[in-house]
Design a protein around this ligand. Structure first.
Ligand SMILES: [Fe+2]
Ligand SMILES: [Fe+2]
Length: 177
């Protein structure tokens, strides 16, 4: 039986909201790691973590915008608990695993969108999968450096600046004129 148009839309909103919940979790997880890496004075690692958290905020917004276009309500619930107090090595191992699982899930969601005839949502998943892939590669490389070079790698990072420049928030955008 072919699902009704309404049923198809509901299924798409469901996967978009599942993805949004995963993004909300990633934002909280990466922000937590950003503060913790900054506190340990691993500036360069902290800065990149903050930039990745900002990517995830943009993803969460893109999913919300598409959900609204389809007449749904974007979720405010994050998917899963945030890990705290991790070692630097554990941060990169768990983040790589998280990105890997996200890519698998989004590939599945993209397939569902295509099956339901929604190429716009399928393209959104495809674009975001590309960005998650960049996160995965970075986390895997960093994890591998920590594993093989250990303290030598971390000693190079210690004391590097954590500044990412002004992010375009409300106040900074206003200050830029
Ligand atoms: Fe994301
Ligand atoms: Fe990501």
């Amino acid at each position: 039986m072919i699902a009704s148009k309404k049923g198809r839309k509901e299924r798409i909103i469901e996967v978009l909201n599942k993805a949004r919940g995963m993004e909300l979790h990633a934002i909280h997880q990466y922000m937590n790691q950003h503060y913790s890496l900054d506190d340990k004075d691993y500036g360069e690692l902290a800065a990149k973590m903050k930039l990745i958290a900002i990517d995830e905020m943009k993803h969460a917004e893109s999913f919300a915008e598409r959900i609204k276009e389809l007449g749904g309500e974007p979720t405010t619930q994050k998917e899963g608990a945030v890990k705290t107090g991790q070692s630097v090595q554990a941060v990169y191992e768990s983040d790589a695993a998280q990105e890997d699982a996200t890519i698998d899930a989004y590939a599945q969601f993209r397939k569902i969108c295509n099956e339901q005839g929604d190429t716009v949502s399928a393209c959104l998943f495809e674009r975001i999968i590309g960005e998650e892939q960049a996160h995965l590669t970075y986390y895997e490389n960093t994890s591998s450096h920590i594993k093989t070079l250990g303290d030598t790698f971390l000693a190079k990072i210690a004391g590097t600046p954590s500044d990412t420049g002004p992010s375009k928030g409300f106040a900074t955008a206003a200050a830029d004129g």
